[in-house]
Design a protein around this ligand. Structure first.
Ligand SMILES: *Cc1c(COP(=O)(O)O)cnc(C)c1O
Length: 413
C-alpha cells in the first residue's frame, strides 16, 4: 500500500489502527493455489486464529478457502461468516471432549490430537469420521515457542504411539478419514518439511479410508527485503509430485490440505501508530507511540521484528531510535532501528501486522483495542470499530453498595 493511502486512513479512522490489504491476501491465496496446480484435489483451510475478523473470514470463503479452527468460538465465527460446516476443520489442542462433541454436532470435521480423547470419542461416536494429528518429531520452526512438532511438544499423537492408536481405532471401529501434521511456524528448510511428510505418508498407509492428508502450515514469510521465505513454488513441485505418487500407490485420489495463517495475511497487514513523545536520554532516543503490547505483543512475546518506518517523513535523515509503547512496563517494539527522522505527531507504520497481531490484542492498562480497516479496490472499509469505555466495562458487575465510601477516615496509628 502507498504511504499516502495509509496516512489518509490514519487521519480518517484515528490512531492506532490496523489496515489490511485485501488484494495482498487474494494474491497470496492464488500464489499458494498455483504452486500446487499439479495436484488434482487441493484444499487450503485458512487458520482463523491468525486474523479472525468476520469480513476477513468472508473474504477467505469467497476465495474458496476452507477454515482451520482451534476453538468452538472460531467454529461459530466461521459458520456465521458463511462457511459450510464441511469446509471447517476443528483442530484443537487440549480441549474437552464436550467441546469436540459440540463442534462435531455442528457438522464440522474433527481433528483429534491425543489418544485419551480419541478413545473416548471413538467409543461414543464410532460412525463420525475423525482426522488424527500426528507428531512426526521433526524440529522445524523459527523458535521454540512456535515450533510444535518436536519431541517435547504438547501437540499431536507421537508417531511412536501408532500401535496404540491403531488398537483404539480397531477396537472402537471408528473411521479415520484424514491424517494431519503441523510442525510449527516458519519453515525455512523445504527438505525438513519433505522429510516430515514422508513420516506422514508412512503413517497414512495404516488407514484404508483416508480422504485427505493435511500438511498443516508454517510457511515463512519475509519481514524485510532480502529475508528468506518458504519457497512455496519449489515445495509445490516437490511435495505435489510426491503426493501424486503416494495417491497412485494408495489407490485413491486424496485431497492435499494445508492450513496457512501467516502466509495468507501477515504481509497484508499494517499497524499505524502516532508518536506521542520523542525522548532523548543519555544512551538513546526513544520514540514513544500511542500503543503498546496491548495492541501488538509479538515483539515482546517472541522477539518478532516487525519493520517500522516513519510514513510521515519518508525522505527524512535516518537516525537510530528505540521505538517503545505507552504501557507501564517495558514494552519495546524495536531497538536501534534506523528510521527517517521522527517528530512528535508522526505516524509510524509496522509491517507484517496481519497475522497474530489484532487477534492477540488486549485491554491491558484499560486501553481500547484499535479499529480494523480493510483496503479493497482502492477503498477503505471499516471492519471493526475502535472500542469505547462501554466495551471496557461491559461484563463488569459494579456492586456499588458493597464498598460504600466510609464517612470517617481510617487512621493508621
Ligand atoms: C496456528 C496454526 C496454523 C497456522 O500456522 P501459520 O504459521 O500461521 O501458517 C495451522 N494449523 C494449526 C493446527 C495451527 O494451530
Amino acid at each position: 500500500m502507498k504511504n499516502a493511502d495509509l496516512l489518509k486512513i490514519a487521519k480518517s479512522y484515528g490512531d492506532p489502527v490496523y489496515v489490511y490489504d485485501a488484494e495482498k491476501i487474494i494474491g497470496q491465496f492464488k500464489r499458494l493455489t498455483n504452486a500446487f496446480k499439479g495436484v488434482k484435489n487441493l484444499k487450503l483451510n485458512y487458520a482463523a486464529k491468525a486474523l479472525s475478523n468476520i469480513t476477513i473470514l468472508r473474504l477467505m470463503n469467497s476465495l474458496g478457502s476452507g477454515l482451520d479452527t482451534v476453538s468452538i468460538q472460531e467454529v461459530e465465527l466461521g459458520l456465521m461468516a458463511g462457511f459450510k460446516p464441511e469446509d471447517i476443520i476443528f483442530t484443537p489442542n487440549g480441549v474437552s471432549l464436550e467441546e469436540i462433541e459440540r463442534a462435531s454436532a455442528l457438522g464440522v470435521r474433527i481433528n483429534i490430537d491425543n489418544l485419551s480423547i480419541l478413545e473416548q470419542f471413538g467409543s461414543k461416536h464410532p460412525k463420525i469420521p475423525v482426522c488424527i494429528r500426528i507428531n512426526p518429531h521433526v524440529m522445524a520452526g523459527g523458535n521454540s515457542n512456535i515450533s510444535v512438532g518436536h519431541i517435547d511438544s504438547k501437540f499431536g499423537i507421537s508417531i511412536h504411539q501408532i500401535p496404540h492408536l491403531l488398537r483404539i481405532v480397531k477396537l472402537t471401529k471408528m473411521n479415520i478419514n484424514g491424517i494431519h501434521m503441523h510442525t510449527g511456524s516458519d519453515i525455512l528448510d523445504i527438505d525438513v518439511f519433505l522429510y516430515a511428510s514422508e513420516i506422514l505418508f508412512e503413517t497414512a498407509k495404516n488407514f484404508e479410508n483416508l480422504d485427505f492428508i493435511d500438511f498443516g502450515s508454517g510457511f515463512k514469510v519475509p519481514y524485510k527485503e532480502g529475508d528468506i521465505e518458504t519457497n512455496v513454488e519449489e515445495l509445490g513441485k516437490k511435495l505435489g509430485k510426491r503426493f501424486n505418487d503416494f495417491c497412485a500407490e494408495y489407490g485413491k485420489e486424496l485431497t492435499l490440505a494445508f492450513e496457512p495463517g501467516k502466509f495468507l495475511v501477515s504481509e497484508a497487514g499494517y499497524f499505524l501508530a502516532k508518536v506521542n513523545v520523542v525522548k532523548q536520554t543519555t544512551s538513546t532516543v526513544f520514540a514513544s507511540i500511542d500503543s503498546g503490547f496491548n495492541h501488538l505483543i509479538r515483539p515482546m512475546l517472541y522477539g518478532a521484528t516487525h519493520s517500522i518506518s516513519n510514513i510521515s517523513n519518508p525522505g527524512g535523515r535516518e537516525r537510530y531510535y528505540s521505538v517503545v509503547g505507552y504501557i507501564c512496563e517495558t514494552d519495546t517494539f524495536g531497538n536501534n532501528r534506523r528510521i527517517n527522522e521522527i517528530a512528535e505527531g508522526d505516524i509510524l507504520c509496522f509491517r507484517n501486522a496481519g497475522a497474530y497481531c489484532f487477534t492477540m490484542a488486549s485491554n491491558y492498562n484499560s486501553r481500547y483495542r484499535p479499529p480494523e480497516v480493510l483496503w479493497h479496490e482502492g477503498r477503505a472499509i471499516l471492519i471493526r470499530e475502535r472500542e469505547t469505555f462501554e466495551d471496557l466495562i461491559r461484563n463488569q458487575v459494579d456492586v456499588k453498595d458493597l464498598f460504600a465510601p466510609k464517612k470517617e477516615k481510617i487512621l493508621v496509628k
